[in-house]
Design a protein around this ligand. Structure first.
Ligand code: PMT
Length: 238
């Protein structure tokens, strides 16, 4: 077994997913992966082993304690996470996963015909929700809420529906926040309904704030401390 599993493990999803329509077209979104990669870097700097499951991005990250898994679609992202989730102490769902995929993927390039084209979409797996159902005592899950309106209300709904311990709210209404920027503005809300809003910062600093908040929340949960004690690990916020 590789050395990575001798350290506490953080599973992180990052970037967009791409859902194929035909061999040359797909549905996606504007995620660059910067936020998820910054979180991965922060946990690595704190001595965790990180499993980073990333959709298609141009970013590169290398570290001896990093397992980097490149995926394309939501189904691939879910399947890549599955072997790691149950051994992860912390899971952070930072990816912008496409909620829908094409019901049929044409094997040949679709030909142009007529003025309209109707595409039938079907629901994708909700990765954060599925792992929320499997979560055991001693595991901490952190999700994101990417909102355009009714921000807090929607974030709280995601916190509860997906059985998250912590939700990171970011809004496209905030200048310099969310997709593609090197900066982000977040509010962290945890299950105790304690909420903290941070100013606009570099994603690197935001990644550190998220890692610090997750570790400090975990340190206050006796079940989580027990898991780490069993594995002879201690968590530190630095
Ligand atoms: O990548 P960047 O350019 O740096 O941008 C960062 C970001 C805006 C992508 C990031 O900060 C962010 O908000 N990520 C979550 C985007 C999103 O899909 O949010 P959501 O509110 O639609 O989803 C809620 C949560 O469920 C998220 O944790 C998401 O990862 C998860 N989810 C959603 C749908 C799905 N099918 N599976 C999931 O796991």
């Amino acid at each position: 077994m590789s050395a990575i599993f001798q350290k506490p493990i953080v599973l992180i999803t990052a970037g967009p997913t791409r859902e194929a329509i035909d061999p040359v077209r797909y549905i996606t979104n504007h995620s660059s992966g910067k936020m998820g990669y910054a979180i991965a870097e922060s946990f690595l700097e704190k001595g965790f082993a990180v499993v980073l499951v990333s959709g298609p991005v141009t970013l590169k990250l290398a570290h001896p304690n990093l397992t980097n898994i490149a995926v394309t679609s939501a189904d691939e992202m879910y399947n890549a996470c599955r072997p790691y989730f149950l051994t992860a102490q912390i899971a952070v769902f930072a990816a912008a996963v496409a909620d829908y995929k094409s019901a049929e993927v044409c094997t040949q390039k679709m030909k142009k015909s007529g003025n309209e084209l109707n595409l039938r979409l079907v629901k994708n797996v909700d990765i954060a929700y599925e792992f929320g159902q499997l979560k055991q005592k001693g595991q901490l899950s952190v999700g994101f809420a990417l909102e355009t309106n009714d921000e807090e209300q929607n974030a709280l709904k995601k916190l509860n529906t997906k059985n998250l311990d912590m939700v990171i709210l970011n809004s496209v209404q905030d200048e310099g926040a969310t997709f593609g920027y090197d900066t982000n503005k977040i509010t962290i809300i945890n299950q105790d309904l304690v909420s903290r809003t941070f100013p606009l910062k570099s994603k690197k600093e935001v990644g550190k704030d998220i890692a610090d908040a997750a570790i400090s929340y975990a340190n206050n949960q006796s079940s989580f401390q027990q898991t780490l004690k069993t594995n002879h690990h201690e968590l530190h916020t630095v």
